[in-house]
Design a protein around this ligand. Structure first.
Ligand code: ADP
Ligand code: MG
Length: 666
């Protein structure tokens, strides 16, 4: 553990301990569902602070705003700035760590302003935007905003930047902070508002040269906490959360239930299981199960805010999105599974993977607080009090736990060569920086003096992470970019699991999947699925029949169109390989050659590989892969996940010793 990481074990612990389990500021009021938008706006805690906030912003270049989730920071602040003329003729940008939140906030604010989404109020997220040159309030994901910061014009289109939800401390945010700090020196008229929902706002103030902090007192009712006698293991988490929710539903009076789970798949499984249990049982109240995760579309999302008939209880199954990004009124019961999925760099396997880890105390308390928004609430923690006491005080920022190649490339592209000297809020480990530079050098993005190369600059123009951008550039040379763009759209990191396997139809789902499998590997299988989907007129009944996720395909189509647009604007030709799959395999190899593994033995239940680039680590092909049953001598993979049976390689592609030769001495 680095010194920086260790800091997160001690900081604020005292504070979070004293905050747990208590109630504060009991001056809330109940929320009627039929209130007009105007009344609703005036009822938010932030409303009484409007003049104060505006004055402080006029007087200062940077202001820190701390306020509990739901106090109105994200929806009201941009409108206040607009109403009071602070923004002048320029734009107000509000950054968000999550795509879903950026879209939904834009929708809500457009509704409150009374304009059509995409006119005065809009959003821009990777591969998708709804805004125009005259848009006044724009919500952006922090990744998109980071790219805005790189442009030479010093954010000249913007008058105010709201860095929202900074307690999330994503990698993009941390890089943005440093760049914004530089721009502030050059543009005296630029205003920055930093908003956070958790208590450690002092860190942000210090970082932004002791900026003034405004505190908005929240309205929070008391929430009682119930711990378990033992920690619920991850293995049975979904089942036990479902049981807990069912018991709360059967035994308790009105009030919605919000259960935190780790991810989309877990939520889908829980929704299925819960539906089964509740369908066949008697309860005083009707129920409606609502899922909330990154792949929920806007229509489904609206259900969250809709009023329900009096005797119906909403049961919301959510990821950590519901912790701070989205506030749902009416929740009285919270079930906290105690885990969150986080991207973590594994120094042994040298890749990032998404793993379920324990939440921090700050997160657990934030989850708890969701139960006390409109009335006294109850929080059920699926772990012991002792476990809670041992949790980290706050989350470790992403910059201290993930692969840094993308951020390093971004900084190098604007001439920041000494990454270690950049003004980060938390400095990344020098070893992580070196590893990121090594990867970029292997991809030809950096030269031997670690400066960016013309290839590196080209990679920067493609809205994909460095390895994928390299694959796309190679496909231009090999004349297979039409196919590679499809593959890249299908594996895009926010895209969801393409194949689904409902609990009751696993055999049929497996048969359907097998029909798509390609002997060259999973990337080619994805291409095949896409082709068949197009050949079937993108029909959702086809998707359903074949157990493929229709929404994921639609998302891929959108990404594909955006990538094609980007490629064309750079005057690059999109060419097809006309069925020559070897070209596709070679293009993929150019980005993933470091993720190569050689077959050791075939064992009864599968296969065993040895990785050449890490200290001869062992790994095996995922049973979901099309190569699982016929393992080739050499493979490359996109992702590796450590399970209790070993390292599992995902998205595997067959390559040959001959193709690998040119990469093996890198
Ligand atoms: P904060 O950013 O301080 O957490 P928000 O500005 O996001 O607060 O939310 C303020 C209020 O607006 C909350 O009561 C929330 O429920 C409501 N709200 C936010 N988004 C929507 C939406 N899409 N539809 C209806 N109400 C919403
Ligand atoms: Mg917010």
């Amino acid at each position: 553990m680095s010194q920086n990481q260790r800091r997160y074990y001690t900081q604020d612990r005292q504070q979070s301990n004293s905050r747990s389990g208590g109630s504060s500021n009991n001056h809330g009021r109940s929320t009627g569902t039929n209130r007009t938008i105007d009344e609703k706006r005036k009822s938010l805690p932030i409303f009484n602070f409007k003049d104060h906030i505006i004055r402080k912003i006029e007087q200062n270049q940077v202001v820190i705003l701390r306020g509990d989730t739901g106090s109105g920071k994200s929806t009201q602040l941009p409108q206040y700035l607009l109403e009071e003329g602070i923004s002048g003729r320029k734009k107000i940008v509000c950054t968000q760590p999550r795509r879903v939140a950026a879209k939904s906030l834009a929708g809500r604010v457009a509704e409150e302003v009374g304009c059509e989404l995409g006119t005065d109020v809009g959003y821009q997220i990777r591969h998708e935007k709804k805004c125009d040159d005259n848009t006044k309030i724009i919500f952006m994901t922090d990744g998109v905003f980071l790219i805005e910061c790189l442009k030479e014009d010093d954010l000249r289109d913007y008058s105010v930047v709201i860095l929202d939800e900074v307690h999330e401390r994503t990698l993009n945010m941390d890089a943005t902070f440093g760049l914004v700090k530089e721009i502030l020196k050059k543009r005296a008229t630029l205003k920055v508002i930093v908003t956070s929902a958790t208590m450690n706002s002092g860190d942000f103030s210090k970082y932004f040269n002791n900026a003034e902090t405004i505190e908005i007192p929240g309205r929070q009712f008391g929430v009682s906490i119930t711990y378990e006698d033992r920690d619920t293991p991850l293995r049975t988490m979904v089942k036990e959360v479902v049981q807990k929710v069912a018991i709360i539903h059967w035994q308790n009076g009105p009030g919605d239930i919000l259960a935190f789970l780790t991810g989309k798949e877990e939520i889908e499984d829980a929704a299925d299981a819960l539906d089964d249990i509740l369908k066949t049982s008697e309860a005083k109240l009707h129920h409606k199960i609502i899922q909330l995760h990154r792949a929920v579309d806007r229509e489904e999302y609206k259900q969250l805010f809709e009023p329900y008939p009096r005797f119906t209880r909403k049961i919301i199954l959510a990821t950590n999105i519901a912790e701070t990004s989205i506030t749902i009124e009416g929740v009285k019961y919270v079930v906290d599974c105690g885990y969150v999925k986080q991207k973590m760099y594994n120094p042994e396997s040298k890749v990032d993977s998404l793993v379920a880890v324990r939440v921090s105390q700050a997160q657990a308390n934030q989850r708890k607080g969701r139960a006390g928004r409109t009335q006294e609430g109850e929080c059920y923690r699926m772990y012991t009090q002792k476990t809670f006491d041992r949790l980290l005080a706050i989350n470790i920022p992403e910059i201290l736990r993930v692969q840094l190649s993308q951020v390093v490339l971004i900084l190098k592209s604007i001439g920041i060569n000494n990454i270690g000297a950049f003004d980060f809020m938390d400095k990344p480990n020098p070893h992580s920086i070196k590893e990121a530079e090594d990867v970029l050098q292997q991809l030809d993005a950096l030269d031997t003096s670690r400066k960016i190369t013309p290839i590196g600059l080209k990679m920067m123009e493609i809205p994909l992470e460095p390895q994928l951008a390299k694959i796309l550039l190679t496909s231009m040379e090999l004349e297979c970019s039409r196919e590679i763009i499809i593959v890249l759209s299908m594996i895009n990191n926010f895209s969801q699991n393409l194949f689904y396997r409902p609990r009751k139809k696993q055999r049929e789902a497996d048969v359907a999947k097998k029909a798509f499998d390609q002997p060259e590997g999973d990337m080619l299988t994805l291409l095949e699925v896409y082709k068949q989907w197009i050949a079937n007129d993108c029909d959702s009944t086809w998707s359903h029949k074949n157990f493929v996720n229709h929404q994921a395909l639609e998302e891929a189509l959108q990404v594909k169109q955006n990538l094609e647009f980007v490629v064309r604007t750079k005057h690059m030709d999109i060419k097809s390989c006309q069925g020559d799959k070897i070209k596709i395999q070679k293009a993929i190899l150019s980005g993933y050659f470091m993720n190569r593994a050689r077959l050791l033995t075939r064992i009864r239940q599968g296969n065993l590989y040895r990785r050449e680039t890490t200290d001869n680590d062992e790994a095996y092909i995922s049973p979901k892969s099309s190569l699982f049953k016929s393992p080739p001598t050499w493979v490359i993979f996109q992702d590796i996940i450590t399970t209790n049976r070993g390292n599992q390689m995902h998205n595997v592609t067959l390559v040959t010793e001959e193709w690998l030769a040119k990469y093996r001495n890198r």
